[in-house]
Design a protein around this ligand. Structure first.
Ligand code: KG4
Ligand code: ZN
Length: 341
């Protein structure tokens, strides 16, 4: 099927045309990063207004880039949740209008489902696999046995990994969203320079906690008489990043052993992180599992990833009605598709 997929759950307005749940014909992403940077974080009201301003242009451009007319589209996919209510509603309204006007099948998709299947746009990863989804809003470990068949093995008890990156970036005076900047500065720093905790590293669970680590960075900054800049800033970034990555890697190792899987998918915005990609590669080699990480553009929020599960559901005859509503809080384990393939 040739699908038009729309994603507006946070601060990226994205639309994509994807064929057969695997071939990306276009993937247009309009980021609001610069708008929210002035406020040090996403302002929900501004996010929804910005989505409204650009969504129709983004959809138009996705069709144009895919060299596809609307009447060649066979189905509409949209992120139904979780996310910001106002943001989700813009994409959902657009998707519903198109489905209604063109009499096309419509399906609402869980945002995390999109992240963990994004890799299939580049490479077919057979089931079962373990998925670590690390983004601004999520830090989850799932055993994935098929579409709609997810078993949660671990999750964060407080901050998400990306949220910790962004909050630490703010503490040390970097602009929002700071994850990629911390990554860049850390490349020049010494990861052993500042002693920071590895929360829950040895608790025997696959759960995470990053809020204490963030507080430890705050304490370090407050206790430091001089302002932290130059090489000292690089060292702090490298030390923080090393702490996050070590915990993510060791918990993922435990989950691999628990689930007995041979493939590991790492997805979500934090999967762009260079040190995480490097240390996951080492761990996967040691454990004898195949590591599958999407290209950076498919790690962060995008419409194409939403089309992957959507294509499967629509092929199975699973559809959402025009009463489809945003689900701001939506647990992936409670996903109910009626039938799974
Ligand atoms: O998946 P995503 O685009 O949006 C959510 O679903 O949250 O992830 C965005 C998150 C932000 O917290 C951002 O700082 C983080 O991913 N991120 C990174 C890197 N690139 C993006 N964190 C660490 N290193 C990076 N290179
Ligand atoms: Zn996301």
């Amino acid at each position: 099927m040739k699908l038009l997929a729309i994603e507006t759950s946070c601060d990226e307005t994205s639309a994509a045309v994807v064929e057969g749940g695997a071939k990306v014909l276009s993937n247009v992403i309009a980021s609001q990063e610069a708008v929210h940077a002035a406020y040090g974080g996403v302002v929900p009201e501004i996010a929804s207004r910005k989505h409204i301003e650009v969504v129709s242009y983004v959809v138009e451009e996705a069709l144009l880039k895919a060299d596809t007319a609307l009447d060649q589209i066979e189905g509409i996919a949209v992120t139904q949740g979780p996310g910001l209510a106002g943001s989700l509603l813009v994409g959902i309204s657009m998707a519903k209008s198109l489905a209604y006007a063109r009499n096309l099948p419509l399906v609402g998709v869980h945002h995390i489902e999109g992240h963990m299947f994004a890799v299939r746009l580049e490479k077919h990863v057979p089931f079962p696999f373990l998925a670590l989804v690390v983004s601004g809003g999520h830090t989850h470990l799932y055993k994935v046995d098929g579409f709609g068949r997810y078993r949660i093995l671990g999750q964060t008890r407080d901050d998400a990994a990306g949220e910790a990156f962004d909050k630490v970036a703010k503490i040390i005076g970097l602009p929002y969203p700071g994850g990629s900047i911390v990554d860049r500065l850390a490349a020049e720093g010494d990861p052993d320079a500042v002693r920071l905790p590895r929360p829950l590293l040895h608790d025997g669970s696959c759960n995470f906690s990053f809020s204490g680590l963030k507080t430890a960075v705050l304490q370090y900054v407050r206790n430091n008489p001089r302002s932290i800049e130059g090489p000292a800033l690089n060292d702090l970034c490298a030390s923080f990043q090393a702490a996050v990555c070590q915990v993510l890697v060791e918990k993922t190792r435990l989950a691999i052993r628990t689930a007995g899987v041979k493939r590991l998918v790492v997805a979500g915005g934090v999967a762009c992180n260079h040190e995480l990609r490097r240390s996951m590669t080492d761990m996967a080699d040691q454990e004898g599992v195949e590591l599958c990480v999407p290209s950076p553009v498919l790690c962060t929020d995008n419409g194409a990833m939403i089309a992957v599960p959507a294509d499967h559901y629509l092929e199975m005859g699973i559809r959402s009605g025009l009463d489809l509503d945003a689900r701001t809080v939506w647990s992936l384990d409670r996903i109910d598709r009626g039938m799974f393939g």
